[in-house]
Ligand binder design. Structure first.
Ligand code: AMP
Ligand code: GLY
Length: 431
């Protein structure tokens, strides 16, 4: 089987790395990929939203299975493009159709969907230029902090959480006026949920599903969850407070009704559902849906999956997921993201990376890296540069292994959080 993975981050390197371990896989192509994916497959310089070019590479390389890494091509309708194309329709493509991708592409759609199927989520009100005053009334009925969300995709920046009511009112108006462009012409105002957050991943073939390992993402750039939001500075799996009782509630109150709703709305969904959850005093609430794996959560959970990943992907595509066993490694995984100094603000590119060969007892996934012929090595290319994942039966050991290995990888301006998983370790000590 030949596989094409679309994307260029740590998530896509983790997918390629895992698929490479399967005997079923012949060739892996990654478009556009990074310096890490080059070691497991062939990089193709194609943008994942250029559907015609993707068609060409699928035909030229006899691709059997396509895995879409990020939400952008899904929201743009890549799955529908494949289904409606005579040449491509026989290829399995992992991801929802355009209608299903609205779960991530439109927060207003996701809220209507959740309310239709009684899926627990924060109370909300959707505002546009026509009903701002009603939105402000809703805002006044909430208590601080106030949550404002751009309806559309805003590269992870479209959510504002504000303590002051006057500021929230002002920001609401600015958003409607185009603070985040078209993405915020509609804004979802939400009740604030006070709890602990976790990410849950489900793989579905449209009928049955497998619950993949849970993970906790560390979104803020600074230690102690301070500073600006990032794409994610690290992750830990499993999340210790997601016990069996909590997971049972998640399955009954969230996963089953979500899949029921997708079927009822004739949404074609063969792929990953990423459910952002808040645990509010033991009860789960959905904060958001994403229609893909998370990054860096993928780098953390994929190394915990023992099953043949190619078999899982094939089964999800073909609708035979119920026939496949999912085996999970019980060890903890801790992922630490090494980033360029200044990220998520301005940062420099092109810095030589050394020390990867000195790491041991961990997996190193590349994110924003590229090869450099002059330097005869690899260099930094993005804000998030490298993810280091280590596993152990004890969370404490997984954490210290990941930290020790992160320390060995060197580039100018390198920064990483040293407190990934520390909160969970403290939680374990207390409970
Ligand atoms: P989202 O893009 O919807 O995941 O929101 C980004 C982040 O904002 C989430 O990961 C949460 O940390 C926070 N957040 C979103 N909605 C709420 C809410 N209703 N209550 C509390 N925090 C929230
Ligand atoms: N780490 C969060 C995300 O991938 O959206």
């Amino acid at each position: 089987m030949n596989i094409l993975i679309l994307g260029s981050g740590g998530r896509e390197h983790a997918l390629a790395w895992k698929l490479k371990q399967s005997k079923r896989v012949q060739k892996i192509f990654i478009a556009p990929g990074n310096a890490g994916t080059l070691t497991v497959g062939k990089n193709l310089p194609v943008d994942s939203t250029d559907f015609q070019e993707i068609k060409t590479i699928c035909v030229e390389n006899l691709i059997d299975l396509v895995i879409v890494g990020s939400e952008t091509p899904l929201v743009a309708g890549i799955v529908d493009f494949f289904h409606h194309d005579e040449v491509l329709k026989g290829i399995n493509i992992i991801g929802p159709d355009k209608a299903g991708a609205q779960l991530e592409g439109s927060k207003a759609f996701a809220k209507i969907f959740m309310n239709s199927y009684h899926i627990p989520t924060a109370a909300h009100f959707t505002v546009d230029a026509g009903n701002i005053e009603a939105g402000i009334e809703f805002l006044h009925r909430q208590s601080s902090p106030y949550v404002l969300k751009a309806n559309g995709l805003a590269a992870g920046k479209g959510v504002l959480i504000l303590n002051d009511l006057a500021e929230a009112e002002k920001e609401l108006r600015l958003m409607i006026e185009g603070k985040f462009g078209q993405a915020s012409s509609q804004v979802v105002i939400e009740q604030f949920l006070d709890g602990i957050e976790l990410s849950l991943f489900v793989l579905t073939d449209g009928e049955s599903y497998k619950i993949l390992p849970s993970a906790k993402d560390y979104k803020r750039v600074g230690e102690g969850d301070s500073g600006l939001n990032t794409g994610g500075m690290g992750a830990v799996s499993p999340v210790v407070f997601a016990d069996q009782q909590f997971m049972q509630k998640v399955e009954n109150q969230i996963i089953k009704p979500t899949l029921f709703g997708l079927k009822e709305q004739n949404i074609h969904y063969k792929g990953f559902i990423f459910i952002g959850l808040m645990n509010v005093n033991g009860d789960p609430y959905v904060i958001e849906y994403n229609v893909r794996l998370g990054d860096p959560e993928a780098e953390c959970i994929i190394p915990r999956i023992n099953s043949d990943f190619c078999e899982l992907m094939e089964a999800a595509g073909k609708g035979t997921l119920s026939e496949v066993e999912l085996e999970i490694d019980e060890r903890f995984a801790v992922t630490i993201m090494l980033v360029s100094g200044g990220y998520p603000g301005e940062f420099k590119r092109g810095k030589k990376i050394t020390g990867i060969n000195n790491t041991k007892d961990c997996v190193v996934f590349h994110a924003g890296t590229s090869t450099d012929i002059e330097m005869e090595g690899i260099k930094t290319f993005g804000g998030r540069v490298i993810a280091v994942t280590a596993k152990d039966y004890r969370l404490e050991m997984a954490r210290s292994k990941a930290l020790a290995n992160a320390e060995k990888i060197i580039f100018e301006g390198r920064y990483f959080r040293r407190d990934i998983g520390l909160d969970l370790l403290n939680y374990v000590a207390k409970n």
